[in-house]
Design a protein around this ligand. Structure first.
Ligand SMILES: NC(=O)c1ccc[n+]([C@@H]2O[C@H](COP(=O)([O-])OP(=O)(O)OC[C@H]3O[C@@H](n4cnc5c(N)ncnc54)[C@H](O)[C@@H]3O)[C@@H](O)[C@H]2O)c1
Ligand SMILES: [Fe+2]
Length: 383
């Protein structure tokens, strides 16, 4: 029987090649007279910011380009100072998940009278902040449609989330042309992140028919188009499909949640600063090998969506084919394998497992229960 479920995303989605041309109109509709573009140094230097600024016409705006990959809370504080001192009245996030998450956190923090750390957790943001338009340049995190901002807590060496519906962007402009300059490694890592979002949402205990349709659709598109986007950065059909798939996977996991792959990946990001998509990919086949007996039928669907021919296979065979297809897709886009290849000391595994076991916000969505011991074993197999 289907339980009650809520579905929430950004208020408005604008998609398609050239969609950024709508920026001025959308900013005005949200009452922005002097927005702050939140982005990073690389996107500024390679001209992506300039390309976007052109679409703001003669309007007044500011640029904050201090976002770093896997950003820490201090960046939110710095960006908030720029936002407040420049009398900005709106935020335009331009970048990958890192820039979008910073802008989301700034929208929550700018009107909060406390320390940023007090916002970590669920439902701690007291009110809606400045209007926010999110324009992803990776494909991707799906952050343009989710209610979470993920920050690195440098002290705890963990990635932590600010989760609040007040962080849902007002408008997401998903324009594939913004993603063509992505380096190959970012195309691969962010594409695998989107795949993991779709797979984890599909097998989540909170999945609904709505999130299932989005998740399966995204898996099919990623399996077909990620290798093409990786092989040929200018392949616009592939970029279009990846941008849309990432958005769909974001809508799926923003509502059904992600599970153990993300929970086990967080300590890798928090301690060793491994890019988010890569940490997920390092664990994906091993966590899925563990999960599959909990939902064999769903794994058969995943195998089909990833292009495997499962006719004549038993459910366990089809589930094994699904895991193999995930492994093979990661290999095709040259994601490095093995925790050891990142010089992670094997002796860190027990404490990493302890950190991961505390991420109950995600582990509770996972279809198979994991004990501390199980988590340690999975890290060991992934080593
Ligand atoms: N809020 C959410 O719902 C959510 C979901 C998943 C991941 N995340 C978070 O998002 C972050 C990762 O985001 P990401 O994978 O999008 O990468 P990113 O934003 O960290 O960007 C990675 C690198 O790619 C560069 N880059 C991005 N787009 C580019 C482009 N078009 N051309 C050239 N260079 C480009 C950036 O400058 C940066 O150096 C992590 O902190 C992760 O935890 C958030
Ligand atoms: Fe993710």
């Amino acid at each position: 029987m289907q339980g009650i479920s809520t579905f929430k995303i950004a208020n408005k989605l604008i998609t398609g090649n050239g969609a950024t041309a709508k920026l001025k109109e959308e900013a005005e509709a949200l009452g922005m007279k002097n927005p702050l573009i939140v982005t990073d140094k690389i996107l500024n230097e390679i001209g992506v910011v300039g390309k976007l600024a052109k679409y703001l016409g003669g309007s007044s705006f500011g640029i904050y380009s201090g976002v770093k990959p896997e950003p820490e809370a201090a960046i939110v504080e710095e960006c908030t100072e720029v936002f407040l001192s420049g009398n900005h009245d709106g935020l335009i996030a331009l970048g990958g998940g890192s820039a979008i998450d910073i802008a989301k956190a700034v929208s929550g923090y700018a009107r909060f009278d406390g320390r940023i750390e007090e916002l970590f957790g669920t439902g701690m943001v007291p009110q809606k902040g400045a209007p926010l338009i999110a324009i992803p340049t990776t494909a991707g995190t799906g952050s343009e449609v989710t209610n979470i901002a993920i920050l690195s807590d440098t002290e705890a060496q963990l990635k932590k989330g600010i989760v609040s519906d007040f962080l849902l962007p007002d408008t997401a402009i998903v324009a594939p042309e913004m993603t063509v300059t992505m380096p190959k490694s970012v195309t691969a890592a962010s594409g695998i992140d989107a795949l993991v979002h779709a797979i984890e949402a599909y097998i989540s205990v909170n999945a609904s028919p709505i999130t299932d349709a989005l998740a399966l659709g995204a898996m099919k598109m990623i399996a077909k188009f990620l290798p093409k986007a990786y092989a040929n950065p200018g392949h616009m059909e592939a970029r279009e499909n990846m941008a849309t798939a990432s958005l769909m996977a974001g809508m799926a996991f923003g509502n059904a949640g992600v599970g153990a792959v993300h929970a086990l990946a967080y300590p890798l990001g928090g301690r060793y600063h491994i890019p988010h998509g890569v940490s997920n990919a390092l664990l994906l086949p091993y966590v899925m090998e563990w999960n599959k007996i909990a939902c064999l039928e769903k794994f058969r669907d995943i195998a089909d969506a990833l292009g495997q021919n499962t006719s004549g296979m038993s459910n366990p065979e089809a589930a094994a084919a699904a895991v193999e297809a995930m492994r093979s897709l990661c290999e095709t886009v040259h994601i490095p394998k093995g925790l050891r290849s990142f010089s992670i000391p094997e002796s860190d595994i027990p404490s990493m497992a302890e950190d991961a076991s505390r991420i109950t916000r995600l582990l509770k969505n996972n279809p198979r229960v994991l004990s501390l011991d199980d988590i340690e074993k999975i890290y060991q197999t992934a080593y």
